[in-house]
Design a protein around this ligand. Sequence first.
Ligand code: FES
Ligand SMILES: [Fe+2]
Length: 416
Amino acid sequence: MLSVEDNRAMTSVGAETPMGRLLRRYWYPIAGTVELEDEPTKEVRLLGEDLVLYKDRSGGYGLLGRACPHRRISLLYGIPEEHGLRCVYHGWLWDAEGRCLEQPAEPTGSTFHERVSNVAYPVEEAGGALFAYLGPKPVPLLPHWDWLVRDDLIKRISVHTLDCNWVQVMENSVDPMHTEYLHALQTVYHRERQGLEVERAPGGQAMLHHIKIGFDLYERGIIKRRILEGQTEEDDAWKVGHPVLFPNILKVANRGRGSYQFRVPMDDTHTLHFTYHTADPKPGEAIPERVEVSEGDVWDAETRRFRVATNRDLAQDVMAWVTQGPLMDRDQEHLGESDRGVILFRKLLNDQMKIVEDGGDPLNVFRDPEEAAYVDVPTEHDKYVATVAGGKRVDFGGGFGIFGAGTRTSYPPASR
Ligand code: FES
Ligand SMILES: [Fe+2]
């Protein structure tokens, strides 16, 4: 349980708050490059700021304050020039550093343009995704998380805009027990109600029970470990574990690769969930050049409920994150022993916040080019086999696990 004040301190993302200052030390994915190819401007809300991302005619990217500093119309409607973005109201031209290059309606020789500027932030591309950094200089290096920059993988991006604070999403990632209920039991429950075949674990439960969970701090964040019935400490799910990269990334392994889930704080009550999926190509399969972007579809407008019968598109997880409320009231929660991962994550957030307040670099701020060029993140690979009831191997299809339109089975997916 947290006091109302501590909860606000942990969840506030504004530039003037200690947590907002910690969060401004990181790069965040905000779009796929294909989005800007199709439409060269895009509105972005990030860390409480309204911005416009653009691609100019020379291929350069920029991220500017949304409101044109002249008379405040949205630069979403701006026209990309060779270098920079021109506001369509009176033609002021902005470059990627936020400088005003032209003010066509002002008298010849006017220096007024030198005295106005827009908010501007650096943008970098990696693996077909665009990342932004809103923090202080010196700008850290964009970490190239292994799968993001591997050129031998098939990739795609899916996004959800969540009406909730980002910490709720991260707390779910240090909560292995939810797999048995949110995913396994809920899926079985809905299958039974639909009269579909259900295969249960040997004890009759929806999936194998966790007999042990563990959490270790390490140089990138927290390693989450689990042992299910029939497993030992020799299984990958314990021995290698499951990395939660500080502050906002979960890496999910799957047979045939997996995904990075970036939880991007848009503001105090909204999160962009940016999933970067990867898969090994099948023999002879070509790797597409475009990394496509799709939007998650988890809400049924007719029944006014999330589509929780399966975890397709993360529907079950999204339901849990969002129904905790826009800003979960942690002064009303009751944490038990099985929530110790959640407690550890909160402590880590607080500790790293203090490091920033004391002028240091928090975890996962990269300054060494060699280190940032390829960040290897070991993770367990046998989880999908191990968590299935009865230990049977089940093909989740498509190489994208639960995210693809691939084959579904009666089994619930492994934990996200
Ligand atoms: S409002 Fe943008 S140029 Fe006038
Ligand atoms: Fe989950």
